[in-house]
Design a protein around this ligand. Structure first.
Ligand SMILES: [Zn+2]
Length: 408
C-alpha cells in the first residue's frame, strides 16, 4: 500500500475575530480536503511534545514518526544536509543569517531586506576567506545557502553546541548587544567567545563591503551583520526504511524539511518553481508526488505557503493558500491515485498552527484526516479544528499518526 501525506505548514489556527470566531480552515472552500475527512477518519495529532520548541523542525519530525526529543538538534544541521554540506559527528553547525542592523545597533530585519542569493554568496565567500579558517586550531566554515539563509560550521571537534542564541526574526527592533550567544555550560565558553568575535569581525568586514555600498545606493538595506542561531550536532536518525520498512520521498521548497528527509533517507525531489511562498508551483508538486509514487511507498508533500501567510498575519492570503492546497494539490493527487489505480491512503494535516492573529507558531494539537484502503468513515463531514474532534482517531501522539497513515 502507498501513502501520501499532504502537509500545509502552519495551516491550522485559532478562532479569528474577523471571522466571528471561525478559523481559516472553517471558511476556506476546500471540497477535496473535506472529502478526505468525509470518506476517512479524523482526529488530532500532538506534533509538539511538551517542553519542545514549537518550530517546524520539531513538528515535521513528529509527523514523520520520529521523536524530536531524541532527534532534534538545531535547524542549522538540517539545512546543512539539504545544502549538501557533510558534517562530521563532532562538528557543530548552526544557522547563519545575513541581516541588517540599523544605526542604533538594533536588528532592522532578519533577512537583510531579502538580499539576493547572488549578492549574499559574495559576502559569504569573503567572510569565509577572511574569517573562516584563520584561527588555527579553532576553524570555522561558512556555507552559502539561499538569500539571507546560510550555515556556519565549526569542524574538528573543538566546539560545543551547548549555547543559547536568539533567533533574529523573533527579536526585530531589539539591540544587538543584548542578544549575544550565551554558554549553557562551561565547556561552551570558548565556542561562544569565538562566535562573538566572529560576529564582531563580520560587522567590520560587511559594513563597507562593495555589495553593501551598492545596496545602500539603491536604497536597500545592507547585509551588515552575520548572526548565528540554532546550533547543534548532526542528528542520529534511523532511516525511514529501517523504521517502517518503506521507501519514500520528500517534496518541499524548504531547506529544513528537505534536510529532515535526507537524514531520514528519503529521496529529495526538487520541483522547478517551488518557492516556499504562496506563488509556489502547486501543480508541479502534485504531479511530482504522483510520479514519485511509482517508485516509492511513501510521499511527503510539504507546502510552506500557509505558514508564511500566517506569519504575515494575512487572513485573506491564508484562506487563499488553503484553497490552493485543496484545488491545486489535493484534487490532483486524489484524482491521480484513482486514475492510476493505486492502493493508497492519503492524509492531510498541518505541522503546527500559525494563527493569523499572532503571526507566531502555536503548540496545540493539529487536526488530521486520513482516507483510503481499510479506513472506515467516522461520520465527520469536513476538515477543520472543531470538526475533527468528533472523529474516531482521538488524540494521536508519538508515531501513532504516521503508523496509521502507513496502514500499520
Ligand atoms: Zn511549520
Amino acid at each position: 500500500m502507498k501513502t501520501v501525506i499532504i502537509l500545509g505548514d502552519g495551516m491550522s489556527d485559532h478562532p479569528v475575530k474577523a471571522l466571528d470566531g471561525k478559523t481559516p480552515l472553517m471558511v476556506a472552500k476546500k471540497p477535496h480536503i473535506d472529502r478526505i475527512a468525509c470518506e476517512g477518519a479524523c482526529g488530532l495529532f500532538k506534533s509538539i511534545p511538551d517542553g519542545m520548541p514549537n518550530g517546524s523542525a520539531v513538528a515535521n519530525l513528529s509527523v514523520l514518526g520520529y521523536d524530536p526529543r531524541v532527534c532534534f538538534s538545531g535547524r542549522g544541521t538540517l539545512e546543512a544536509a539539504s545544502m549538501g554540506v557533510e558534517l562530521g559527528a563532532e562538528d557543530v553547525a548552526m544557522r547563519c543569517n545575513l541581516l541588517c542592523i540599523d544605526d542604533d545597533g538594533r536588528i532592522k530585519n532578519h533577512s537583510a531586506g531579502h538580499i539576493s542569493t547572488e549578492e549574499s554568496h559574495q559576502l559569504i565567500a569573503d567572510l569565509d576567506r577572511e574569517l573562516g579558517g584563520g584561527s588555527g586550531d579553532r576553524p570555522a566554515k561558512f556555507h552559502p545557502g539561499v538569500s539571507f539563509r546560510h550555515v556556519l560550521s565549526l569542524p574538528g571537534g573543538w566546539a560545543s553546541a551547548e549555547f543559547d542564541c536568539a533567533p533574529p526574526h523573533d527579536h526585530v527592533g531589539e539591540r544587538e548587544v543584548d542578544l549575544q550567544p550565551t554558554a549553557k555550560s562551561e565547556g561552551a565558553a570558548e565556542t561562544v567567545e569565538r562566535l562573538i568575535q566572529l560576529q564582531r569581525d563580520a560587522r567590520e568586514l560587511l559594513e563597507n563591503h562593495p555589495v553593501n555600498v551598492i545596496r545602500r545606493e539603491l536604497g536597500k538595506d545592507p547585509a551588515n551583520a552575520m548572526w548565528v542561531w540554532s546550533p547543534g550536532k548532526r542528528p542520529t536518525m534511523q532511516t525511514f526504511n529501517d523504521l517502517y520498512g518503506k521507501t519514500g520521498a520528500v517534496i518541499s521548497a524548504v531547506d529544513l524539511v528537505q534536510g529532515l528527509g535526507i537524514y531520514a533517507g528519503l529521496e529529495k525531489i526538487i520541483v522547478p518553481g517551488a518557492t516556499g511562498l504562496y506563488d509556489t508551483n502547486y501543480e508541479g508538486k502534485a504531479q511530482a508526488a504522483l510520479d514519485a509514487l511509482e517508485r516509492h511507498d511513501f510521499v511527503y508533500v510539504h507546502v510552506e505557503a500557509t505558514d508564511e501567510a500566517g506569519h504575515e498575519r494575512n487572513l485573506d492570503l491564508k484562506i487563499r493558500c488553503i484553497e490552493y492546497l485543496d484545488d491545486r494539490i489535493t484534487r490532483t493527487i486524489l484524482d491521480g491515485i484513482e486514475a492510476r489505480g493505486y492502493e493508497a491512503r492519503v492524509a492531510v494535516l498541518p505541522d503546527h498552527p500559525t494563527p493569523v492573529e499572532t503571526g507566531a507558531h502555536a503548540s496545540d494539537p493539529v487536526p488530521v484526516a486520513v482516507m483510503g484502503v481499510g479506513i472506515a468513515p467516522d461520520g465527520v463531514d469536513r476538515y477543520d479544528e472543531d470538526a475533527v474532534i468528533r472523529g474516531s482517531l482521538g488524540l494521536l501522539e508519538g508515531d501513532r499518526f504516521l503508523r496509521m497513515a502507513l496502514g500499520e
